[in-house]
Design a protein around this ligand. Sequence first.
Ligand code: FE2
Length: 378
Amino acid sequence: MNDQSGYASGFGWAQGKYSAQPHVKTPEGTYEEEFGRRGFFGRTTHLYHRHPPTGWLRIEGPLKPHAYVVTNLEGGNEGQPEYFLENSDVRLGIAKLAAAMGVFVRNGDADELRFIHAGDGVVETDFGDINYRKGDYIILPRGTTYRFVPHQPNIQLVVESNSEFEFPDRGMLGRHAQFDPMIMRTPLLPSGPRTTGKNSRGEYELRIKREGQFTSVFYPFHPMDIAGWKGDLTALAINVDDIRPIISPRYHLPPSVHTTFVARNFVVCSFLPRPLESEEGAMKVPFYHRNIDFDEVLFYHDGNFFSREGISAGAVTWHPQGIHHGPHPNAEKNASDKEFTAEIAVMVDTRYPLRATKSAEQVEHKDYAMSWRADQAR
Ligand SMILES: [Fe+2]
């Protein structure tokens, strides 16, 4: 199979030591990297390194892996996010709410996906109310009028998208895998007209965001005065408890199987509690890669993040295109006797490079790029 002077059977080429089945029985003394295009769907070569490719001595220049304790950001006013990473397709931020918003908001720039990291409450929308809790994703289509009314103080991860959030193609898994879209919660109209949310002058203030600027529109009546509705465009919510991850006991599946939502030029994936690979030789922690076509952002929500030593809930890692990342030296060892992962994390992968904001720099964990080195001894 691999003895024909550099050519493997089928389409592709091979030399030296390699595993015929990637992610299974990596040759002794090597570290597998997936060097591939288009996330995990394009042309790929598996490279078998003699050293972990993250074992650099130091990095000089702007390109490096980053980590931020984003829950230390102050969060914006009136439920609006303080951004930490952005590009022309998507902006990521943290919103903190201690009490009900004093104004109504409509985002004219973007569709909003909010992940509830802490707290609970009810979000009022044109379409009615959605009760939400920790671990919920809430989708607010562009143009939806909303007001968050927390019951407990909220920390929300906000993903603002210039395009609509849609579901991934589930291919041969079938349309009900991961979750049946019909289990998503829709808003319920209140039984009578709304009256809450007036300002001190007895008016209702609606703040509309357009090109990043807010315009206030004042009404003598409640801006969410809907008596009824019918259609397929509405706010939606789903809890991570209702998402059923795809696993294989014999093969480390690529992160793409955890895709929850897709939008133009980025995807949102959910890493959820699940059994780990159980067959001897099957890789249990992610393989190395250098993110050729996607920036990768992970928000750590809950659990024990054994593949990222030093990272705790509320942190974000950002692995830009071009430089390696992969398991920390202790991750493989820590995973070897584990049968289950209890981690919950949200990943946002963007086709085009992200930029860190000034806010992000204030909560950066500066030594993160060297964290693979710190415990290099194996
Ligand atoms: Fe990755």
